[in-house]
Design a protein around this ligand. Structure first.
Ligand code: PLP
Length: 378
């Protein structure tokens, strides 16, 4: 699977995306959920860095029912590439962009009566016979976007009742779905239950209620309601306990090769600002990956893998290159692994993210478009 890579990239660094792993993750997640629950595959940020189109295709083949992205731009890209599935845009779009959303058959997130008012002002009275499909976003405690109180909901109702509006869903998003302490999660869930009653006691017919992301869905299947929105878990990201229980596999790896290897004496400098000085005779390898590829300076204290052994990054990371300390001499051209398995060793996005105080997906989404994604299906 790697052999096919090299020549046409014009570069000896590539990210491998194991689509079979994504497919298997989707099937395993589905198996954990009550059977009637629908699965919305979240492919925002170019599929968490794995490729939105490729991820969407495998997710659908493996049982996903719909897709979600963050922005209109991402949804349009998928439609223009021929994706036919329902797509929800998770963040409200501008009212003047609504005709485009209808033309491309996209579902919108709505959070206020003021948005509807402005939308009608710029787009006119009615889209009928076309329908505008919306999901109403509720803020149950994340404090980000959405309706917080009943008054705001009531102000929305007349707009939602219009003949050309279809309320496909009502949803919320959790702040602490992965935390050991589940107190706040349950508070948010109960608040959403109350909000569902607002809808059920109103003239608005909501087709689908949903609240769970990956962690919530896998830890508390009873929170699945009608549908779950799965991002992280589909890519094999999540706390170890969840990953093991659901048999999730990482799908992304990142590889390069040494472009130069040099032997330095004790007391010589390596890299910008003389940030590293050898403290004995050392073999130093240059890896053609830098911060413009997503390997930020904050990953300076991590390790790469060469020949199944960890090799620490030394000195500062440059825009296009970085240096590592090798356990011995290796020829130029030797494979280097930045994410994934190499012999007995492996480095995970999760481990790298710990250096940033972030989540695994912060690493995968940071790998820039300068790094070609190579896909394998088995
Ligand atoms: C990104 C996102 C998700 C997916 O969350 P994961 O934890 O990656 O599964 C779900 N819902 C909303 C609103 C999101 O923004």
């Amino acid at each position: 699977m790697i052999a096919a890579v090299a020549p046409e990239l014009y570069r000896n660094t590539w990210a491998e995306v194991d689509l079979a792993a994504i497919g298997s993750n989707v099937r395993h997640i589905k198996r954990q959920l009550p059977s009637a629950v629908k699965l919305m595959a979240v492919v925002k940020a170019d599929g968490y860095g794995h490729g939105a189109l490729e991820t969407a295709r495998v997710a659908v083949e493996s049982g996903a029912d719909s897709l979600a992205v963050a922005y209109l731009s991402e949804a349009l890209t998928l439609r223009k590439q021929g994706v036919k599935l329902p797509i929800l845009i998770l963040i409200p779009i501008k009212p003047q962009e609504v005709p485009m959303a209808i033309e491309y058959d996209l579902m919108l997130t709505v959070t206020s009566a003021a948005w509807f008012k402005e939308m009608r002002r710029v787009c006119g009275h009615s889209f009928y016979p076309f329908m505008l499909n919306v999901h109403v976003k509720m803020d149950t405690g994340l404090g980000r976007i959405g309706i917080r109180d009943k008054q705001q909901w009531e102000a929305m109702v007349p707009w939602l009742e219009a003949a050309d509006i279809e309320v496909e869903g009502m949803f919320t998003h959790f702040a602490t779905a992965g935390d050991k302490d589940t107190g706040y999660l349950h508070t948010q869930f109960l608040r959403f239950r109350e909000m569902m009653e607002w809808a059920n006691n109103s003239p608005v017919h909501v087709k689908t209620f949903h609240c769970a992301n990956s962690a919530a869905a896998l830890r508390f299947p009873e929170m699945s309601l009608d549908m779950v929105r799965i991002g992280a878990a589909m890519y094999g990201f999540g706390p170890e306990s969840i990953k093991n229980a659901a048999r999730l596999e990482s799908a992304l790896s990142l590889h390069s090769s040494l472009i130069e290897v040099k032997h330095l004496k004790k007391g010589e400098y390596v890299g910008y600002d003389l940030a590293y000085r050898t403290d004995r005779e050392e073999w130093i390898g240059t890896v053609p990956v830098g911060y413009a590829d997503g390997w930020s300076q904050s990953l300076r204290h991590t390790e790469l893998i060469v020949d199944g052994q960890r090799a620490p990054i030394i000195g500062k990371i440059g825009m296009d290159q970085m240096m590592i300390r090798l356990p011995r001499e290796y020829p130029a051209g030797t494979k280097v692994t930045l994410i994934g398995r190499n012999g007995r060793e492996s480095v995970t996005c999760m481990e790298l993210a710990a250096n940033l105080g972030g989540a695994a997906q912060e690493i995968s989404t940071s790998i820039s478009c300068r790094v070609t994604r190579v896909y394998s299906e088995e």
